[in-house]
Design a protein around this ligand. Structure first.
Ligand code: IPM
Ligand code: MN
Length: 371
């Protein structure tokens, strides 16, 4: 039996509830595909601060380093807002990215057909758009030194090394090639030296990917173009902070942050998490949308665990539940069937089992035909 070590970090707010849903799904996938998931659940973010006075402990980092993949719920909350930078829950997440070397962050913004009305943009603007943001995740202004603030000034450093730009550019070109798509490299080369450098390096790497069309766009224009006509984009590659901002915009194109999964990948490690935050206002009420978390499990199955069929079945299950008008409150419209977090999870599990049925039925048909 194949065995995988997974560390789960439910975190804060709705994190634990959506993680419970993810674990139930993982359990099902394990049973159906004969996989053994060795799961360790650990504290991160505010939950870790409350217990250990640190947003993530060395022993948790160690557990993550020893795992095939990490699943993260969400971290943060106003309770910890006034702590110094080093003690904020978010620091736990940044530490994880750094220690695991997760330099590439994939944030797909796929429109689910039945949800096209949930976007604040017009349906005909968004339908058919499928943007993948490839965000550099362990460099740039998030990590640059020196940094600091006092009564008189505050400062951060934006610096990129050549190898950092090269490796993220490769990820983007490879992905675009697989998607038969094209790459837009987003920067601010008209103002920032680091961006001019970024642009130069991306073009150098492009020499090895002549079959993949490449264009450049300034970040302010990209923000505008994303809401004007998202269909013009395919893969966007950009530095850490621009990626943070643009991926929130692409998330909103789809109508709900509650829907979007993400993967953070390095040479040897991988972490999967929903793009949404901790949503403290609905935490503990069984109202959170678990789809982004379950979608993150699907990404993990596909990218790290090589369980492509299970991943596709899971994504199909999510779509079919949405097709049936079943919604958590964040994506509900007047004719929806509104369900809780747990009910949504149960529906997805039910749909997953049914797709198996239809897959094996169609296999039977094919067999009969061939006989
Ligand atoms: C994200 C979040 C994080 C980031 C925060 C919580 C540190 O906004 O994953 O997009 O800025 O990277
Ligand atoms: Mn963000």
């Amino acid at each position: 039996m194949k065995s995988f070590k997974i560390t789960t970090l439910p975190g804060d707010g709705i994190g634990p509830e959506v993680m419970d849903a993810a674990l139930a799904v993982l359990d099902l996938v394990g049973n159906e595909y004969g996989l053994n998931f060795e799961i360790k659940t650990e504290l991160a973010g505010g939950a870790s601060l409350d217990q250990f006075n640190e947003p993530i402990t060395d022993s948790v980092l160690q557990s993550c380093l020893e795992s095939d993949a990490v699943l993260l719920g969400a971290v943060g909350g106003s309770k910890w807002d006034n702590l110094p930078q080093e003690k904020k829950p978010e620091k736990g997440l940044l530490k994880l990215r750094e220690v695991l070397g997760l330099f590439s962050n994939l944030r797909p913004a796929k429109i689910y057909g039945p949800l096209a009305d949930a976007s604040s943009l017009k349906k005909d603007v968004i339908v058919g758009s499928d943007v993948m943001v490839v965000r550099e995740l362990t460099g740039g202004i998030y990590f640059g030194n020196p940094r600091g603030h006092n009564e008189q000034e505050g400062f951060n450093t934006l610096r990129y090394k050549k190898y950092e730009v090269e490796r993220i550019a490769k990820v983007a070109f490879e992905l675009a090639r697989k998607r038969n798509g094209h790459v837009t490299s987003v920067d601010k080369a008209n103002v920032l030296d680091s961006s001019q450098f970024w642009r130069n390096v991306v073009h150098e790497v492009h020499q090895d990917y002549q079959d993949v069309p490449l264009s450049n766009m300034y970040v302010d224009n990209a923000a505008m173009q994303l809401v004007r006509d998202p269909k013009q984009f395919n893969v966007i590659v950009t530095q850490n902070m621009f990626g943070d901002i643009l991926s929130d915009i692409t998330a909103m194109i789809t109508g709900s942050m509650g829907m979007l999964p993400s993967a953070s990948l390095g040479e040897n490690h991988a972490m999967y998490e929903p793009v949404h935050g901790t949503a403290p206002e609905i935490a503990g009420q069984n109202k959170a949308n678990p789809i982004a978390m379950i979608g993150s499990v699907a990404m993990m199955l596909e990218i790290t665990l090589n369980q492509t069929e299970a991943a596709h079945r899971l994504n199909n299950a999510i779509e079919s539940v949405l097709d049936n008008g079943i919604r958590t409150i964040d994506i509900a419209s007047s004719d929806s069937i509104i369900v809780t977090t747990e009910e949504m999870k149960d529906e997805i599990i039910k749909a997953f089992k049914q797709t198996d049925q239809s897959i094996s039925n169609s296999r039977e048909l094919v067999k009969e035909k061939n006989e």
